[in-house]
Design a protein around this ligand. Structure first.
Ligand SMILES: O=C(O)CCC(=O)C(=O)O
Ligand SMILES: [Fe+2]
Length: 386
């Protein structure tokens, strides 16, 4: 684990050294930078920043550097500092997550390098599943049915943890199941830390949000690699159409730019500049529904990388945490803040009885070719003032 002092980690050092630079002259979104190290120490100022980020933009950077297993297991996340954080604290390890992500980027390249005939064997859409492969142009980016410009490979958490039958997968993934497991466990530990902190800010009964997201519950949690080769300069379009994420918390590792958000009260897309040593974290629709709109799931999309990065293949790695399959996505009881918001906004929020599983399937498959776009919408319309 690296043990560099802050002085050796100046902010100027946040660029990826092996990629062309992110341009200076494009507008970037004002994501707050939150320190995992401070969160695990229970620093109230940092927790306030997290709360603000989750309410206002729904996106933030999490600085994962300098947090190793030892910090969380012994000194950092002590139960007297952060109640509710017990069973998963030993898995909070930012440095390990960064290393796993780096290793998984290499595996991602091998997967996408496979011949298309091999990759499409793992497209499981016709079996009603969103796990496995989605080919280039097999998703749609708008109501007109315009094809996307990327490919995905999705791996189910339940498959890797042995909670469900293994899905068909390329042979080259087999030796890397332990790596995937480690990445999933460490990502999930972060998710639970964030959910515990939000649970407290919301005034929910102890452990409510984490209890809907147990690592061992059957859920739609998944790792996704996204791959987008450079687009011709005279024919560029959105690679991944604008959307909100379906689930609860998304942990995203990016190296090249291209991700854009539409900040609240703005009609201009802004880039999210990738920062070394950081993950980009965003909340999804489930958090909006469970909190009656207190938390925000912001619209985002992916375009061709900007500036000198445009001629490079863009790959990203994502962990999507979602509520357990059987959780009904309705406002939770037991928080005055949520009750108040529900009372104030009864018609915007709706109270549809839909389980997490149905919601994800409807949204994910609605954005595939031949899917029902009209049913693929998320919580974009829930735009409450904070
Ligand atoms: O590739 C990215 O930066 C974002 C991907 C994304 O938004 C998604 O897969 O939901
Ligand atoms: Fe997304």
């Amino acid at each position: 684990m690296s043990r560099l002092s802050k002085a050796e980690h100046p902010d100027a050092d946040l660029n990826f050294l092996d990629s062309p630079p992110f341009p200076e002259d494009v507008s970037t979104a004002p994501l707050l930078r939150i320190s995992l190290s401070k969160l695990v120490q229970g620093d109230q100022g940092e927790i306030d920043k997290l709360w603000k980020a989750c309410r206002e933009l729904g996106f933030f950077y999490l600085d994962l550097r300098e947090v190793g297993r030892a910090d969380s297991a012994t000194g950092g996340v002590e139960s007297n500092k952060l109640e509710n954080i017990r069973d998963f604290d030993a898995d909070i390890d930012g440095e390990r997550l960064l290393q796993d992500a780096k290793d998984l980027f290499e595996i991602g390249k091998e997967i996408f390098d496979l011949p298309v005939e091999e990759k499409i064997k793992y497209d499981l859409k016709d079996q009603g599943s969103y796990f496995g492969y989605k080919g280039y142009g097999q998703g749609i980016i708008n109501a007109k049915g315009t094809k996307d410009r990327n490919e995905f490979y999705n791996v189910s958490k339940d498959d890797i943890l042995g909670l469900s039958e293994p899905l068909p997968a390329p042979e080259l993934l087999e030796p890397h199941r332990e790596l995937l497991k480690s990445f999933m466990q460490h990502s999930h530990a972060l998710v639970n830390l964030l959910l515990s902190l939000l649970n407290r800010q919301l005034g929910l009964p102890c452990d409510k949000l984490p209890s809907l997201h147990r690592l061992a519950s059957i859920s739609g949690d998944q790792v996704r690699w996204v791959n987008a080769p450079p687009q011709p300069t005279d024919d560029q379009r959105t690679a991944l159409g604008q959307h909100t994420d379906f689930g609860s918390v998304t942990i995203l590792f990016n190296r090249l730019g291209g991700l854009q958000v539409l900040p609240p009260n703005s009609d201009e897309w802004s880039y999210v500049k990738p920062l070394r040593g950081h993950a980009v974290i965003n909340l999804g629709d489930a958090m909006v529904k469970l909190t009656a709109g207190i938390l925000r799931s912001n619209i985002h999309r992916v375009v061709n990388p900007p500036g000198q990065q445009a001629s490079h293949t863009r790959m990203s790695l994502v962990y999507f945490a979602r509520p357990a399959d059987d959780v009904i996505l309705k406002a939770l009881h037991g928080s005055n803040l949520i009750d108040e918001n529900r009372r104030q906004n009864p018609e915007t929020l709706g109270e549809e009885e839909i389980t997490s599983k149905e919601w994800i399937l409807r949204r994910a498959l609605g954005r595939r070719q031949g899917g029902d776009w009209s049913k693929a919408g998320g919580t974009e319309s829930v735009r409450l003032e904070t």
